[in-house]
Design a binder for this molecule. Sequence first.
Ligand code: GDP
Ligand code: MG
Length: 810
Amino acid sequence: MANSIKIALAGNPNCGKTTLFNAITGSEQYVGNWPGVTVEKKDGVLRGHKEVVVQDLPGIYSLSPYSTEEKVTRRFLVDENPDAILNIVDGTNIERNLYLSTQLAELGLPMVMAVNMMDVVKKNGDKIDFAKIGKALRCEVVGISALKKEGDMEAAEMAVALAKGGEQGTGNGERGGGLRKLPDVPHVFSGSVEHAIAHIEESIQGKVPTRSIRWYAIKIFERDREIIRDLGLGVGDMKHIEEHIRDCEKELDDDAESIITNQRYDFIKKLMDKSLALNEKHKNKATLSDRIDKIVTHRILALPIFILSLCAMWWLAVAENGPGTVLTDWANDEFLSADGWHLPFTTHEVDGKDFDAAQEDFAKAEATVKAWEAGEKKASIEDEETGEVSDEWDIDEAAYKAAKEVEEPDPSKYGVWVPGIGALVSAGLEKVGVGETVKSLVVDGAWGGVATVLGFVPVIFIVFLFLAFLEDCGYMARVAFIMDRLLRKFGLSGKSFIPMLIGKGCGVPAVMAARTIENERARRMTVILATFVPCGAKTVIIAMFAALFFREQWYVAALMDVVGIAIIILGGIALKKTRFFAGEAASFVLELPAYHMPTVSGVWHHTWNRLKGYILKAGLIIFPACVFLWFVMHFDWSLTLLGDEEIEKSILHDLGSWIAWFFAPLGFGSWQGAAASVSAEIAKEQATATLGLVAANMGGATTGANIQAFFSSVSAFPKLAALSFMVFNLFVPPCMVAIAVTFREMGSKKWGWFAIAFQLFVGYVLALNAYQLGILFAGGGFGLWTAVALLVDVWCAWMVLRPDRKGGSK
Ligand code: GDP
Ligand code: MG
């Protein structure tokens, strides 16, 4: 891009870079209240300035070369010569943030420091003297609030103005170009250090861009190997430089790197004494954050608190009579149904009866007429779902005559009646006058599948809402911290846990987030394990089984998360003991952001951004997949259309039957179970849609009843078979897209297949245990597969518990 101005957004993790980036470029990048969210740098065009490109860089604490984020950011700043730096600083944590700022200032690029979160700073009553900081760091300092969009554009435009001004006489930022006057950069070190730095500057003159010479000199003083290598400094050069460094180290009795770090901190501390006035009351508030942390990161209490919060989430989402269930039942039975529903608060009685009572009367009248005409003396009504007789009464001629008079109640007379979407689809098709086959395709096939998935959207909504709240208030960062501590005990790095937290939303970004991990073995291990925490799509599966089989046992849903985390830990331990993954755990520095009350718009934005994807997916993926499944279910191999009773001849029936044996030990070894499990690889929620389709002829009145009937037809322990089906689909390899990304991130086919095989093994073994050991505990006896399950468990336990390999191959 010729003539374009590049502005780099740089700052600590979690200081609001992405929020600012979105505000000034109008993009929608992911904003997360934990470090490590922005891994790749992203660019966008500044609003109202077509020629200005803004780069959102990963958050870092320092310009040292220790982590991927640091490397990416440093490479960009040093090699790509942005025209100005927009340095974001968290105003509520300014002292720590300035550590990076001093380094950025040394780069000699035009810089604007935007002190963010000023809304919070002001609310706390703290005062920051921007002029003093600006003078000390030789840059422009302004206060902004990225979240409230206050001062954001002004800060960006100031950076643009500086960049334009900076072009003068700097040869348009070319590396090492021409003679330039040295930029004004802050001097933060003591005399002897400055002396050494001056000598180093002298010996590298001409080898580095003039304006950044001080930064290079300091890095060389710190013996930064990457820089020394890049500059190609010979032994001769270094010998001279080393003398100066050693003199300085001797004088200050410390190593060079620590000298720089300590003096930087001293400098910042003094600057803060002059320019930061904390409100006394707020100081106590900071300790409130600390006090909360004492409890939620407590050695013993931390994990139970985390599990409790998971339980609270699932209780809200799936417990009988909880908000999630009420909403799901409404969505399934009314909103999306082939009937419809009354708008709340609009219903009223007609002839002293409400709509339900009138409908019941009508059903009774219908039954009376039918029974009398069949020559019977008793009429009865069966329960729709269970098929049990729920009411029985005597009838006679008079009753028959009276019953014939009863008219079907018109729902619109009882209140404002809203037809269900299913009813609208059917009515629409009838109006157009399509044939029965097309109607079946649309109503039973395509719409049926989509509706099954959409019916459970309320559950994912609640899960996402709850997670967004935990994330925005700052608790999720604590979870990463707790998990780090836990994983470290087992020689695993907590760094792996951030991708897994992201995986609660979707496995695809989770697998990609593993890129932050330096060490190749640890990264591969994280990719393999990241998708075990049930994602949003898998939440649809959990929601369905919770609604159909575990209404009283909402904790089964929460258990799926706990099992996911347990698999990550146990799987990690087992993998680390193999020679492919042995090695030191990477270090992980995690800053805990202060707790704050999440904003309604922030939480809503997060939730909606994720939820939107699932609704779109229902249309873009589930819909065509269901159309395809309907075809293979309604045609045989010679492509003749089959009647409803002829499903046994269908293509899908054959395909499913060929692999059904694989699922037999898991309790759902039938063509339907096989078809549902395999099609779930398209997208996980397809498992529920396919089940609804393939169980359609089970004779139940609703999709749910059909699915229940299906599990009763395949196993004497339908609840266990259902549990096993759910577990299998949650823990086997994730959907196609995630698998593709896994292959890419694993870096080779061999490792990609290893990941898939590992996940398939875990899913199979868990389902086998759920079913076979479930039967054993339910008193169903001991069989061959019970023995197999136990043997595999013993082997797995050995893989986890066996002694560690010494050191491992490096
Ligand atoms: P990044 O890691 O630097 O990209 O930071 P993010 O943009 O992801 O923001 C981290 C957190 O800080 C999010 O929860 C934001 O909502 C919050 N945040 C960002 N800017 C502001 C602000 O000006 N005021 C307040 N109160 N919160 C902010
Ligand atoms: Mg970010």
